[in-house]
Design a protein around this ligand. Structure first.
Ligand code: SAM
Length: 328
């Protein structure tokens, strides 16, 4: 895979020489090219920004250097997908990382100031696929750290980059539709068996692979319910979290998810992905009860609304009724 990065701070990308990604680059599995945007700035000061039309604070990146930079970088090698980091872009997900890892070539365009003149993306779309992508609901000073984050998530999915190919499928969000699809991982342990009086859970020493797998899934469901109720809600609603979250289709599909026993295979769920068994549903129900209890204490008037937002409406009807009654 080839990755081109256009930035006004080429030195920011020193970390690409380190660790797994650095080794992949040394082996030639990933080729990085970092380009200084100011190379394409034409005035004496190599300026790349100007005041915003319509007024307001801050500066905007000028279209001319970006247009020339993208033209030159695109034609320097084969076809590419352009990724433009932006807080207003599509949320970056594990599924997108996997999609990008299948591309032969990516170009990243790092914005600074108030962002890049909007015509640059419009113009680039004529020549290549373009995604505007956000790494989270917060605002960075520039696209460089976002590119480091995405590059690491993508690079570790390339064949041979991490030692054990299975570990990506077992990770949180279950890259590749593995057992962790739609879940975040629970706790992990290593030797010694007892440390400061704290024992490793005995099931992990049992050698019973089915029991270990079930225990891990239980932990993952509990952790997901506690830390990511948005993901738990999608699971409960029978949505294929890894499929829908990436393209922002989740909300539309969630509302219409089938009720009752078929809900786990409802509207958005791809076969084998995001499907819940009876034990999974029991755990989500318990987590829902705890959540309802907390909500009831904190803000009783928000209970029903929050319970529904959490996906309880898509659990089996008798479960939902019991839950709402228990919380009333
Ligand atoms: N005015 C912009 C807004 O409010 O959406 C913020 C611009 S930000 C200060 C400058 C640059 O940082 C952006 O153009 C983008 O490249 C990058 N950036 C900031 N937050 C980001 C995020 N959450 N995800 C991806 N890129 C981000």
């Amino acid at each position: 895979m080839r990755i081109d990065i256009i930035t006004i701070f080429p030195d920011y990308f020193g970390p690409l020489e380190v660790s797994l990604i650095g080794k992949a680059a040394q082996r030639g599995d990933i080729t990085f090219r970092v380009h200084d945007l100011r190379t394409w700035a034409r005035d004496a000061h190599h300026s790349v920004d100007d005041a915003p039309y319509g007024g307001g604070p801050g500066m905007v990146m000028k279209p001319e250097p970006w247009g020339e930079a993208l033209d030159a970088v695109l034609t320097a090698a084969g076809p590419a997908r352009l990724v433009v980091p932006s807080p207003s872009g599509l949320p970056f997900t594990q599924r997108m990382a996997a999609e990008y890892a299948r591309e032969p070539r990516l170009i990243f365009a790092c914005g600074r100031y108030e962002g890049i003149d909007a015509r640059v993306v419009e113009d680039a779309r004529v020549r290549m696929p373009v995604d505007e992508v956000s790494i989270g609901d917060y605002v960075l000073a520039g696209g460089e750290p976002a590119v480091l984050v995405m590059t690491e998530a993508i690079g570790r999915l390339l064949p041979g980059v991490i030692g054990n190919a299975r570990s990506a499928a077992d990770d949180s969000f279950g890259g590749g539709g593995g057992p962790m699809a739609g879940l975040i991982e629970g706790p992990v342990y290593t030797r010694p068996r007892v440390w400061r009086g704290r024992e490793v859970p005995p099931v992990l020493l049992s050698g019973d692979h089915a029991a270990i797998a079930r225990w891990r899934r239980d932990c993952a469901l509990r952790t997901t319910a506690a830390n990511r109720p948005d993901l738990a809600a999608r699971l409960a609603a029978g949505q294929a979290v890894t499929d829908t979250a990436a393209r922002g289709e989740g909300a539309a599909r969630g509302a219409g998810a089938a009720r009752g026993a078929g809900a786990a295979r409802g509207a958005g769920a791809a076969e084998g992905e995001g499907a819940l068994d009876a034990r999974d549903r029991e755990l989500l129900f318990e987590a829902g009860l705890r959540r309802c209890g907390t909500l009831k204490a904190a803000a009783p008037h928000r209970l029903t609304q929050q319970g529904r937002a959490w996906g309880l409406a898509a659990l089996a009807e008798e479960t939902e009724a019991a839950l709402l009654q228990a919380c009333a």
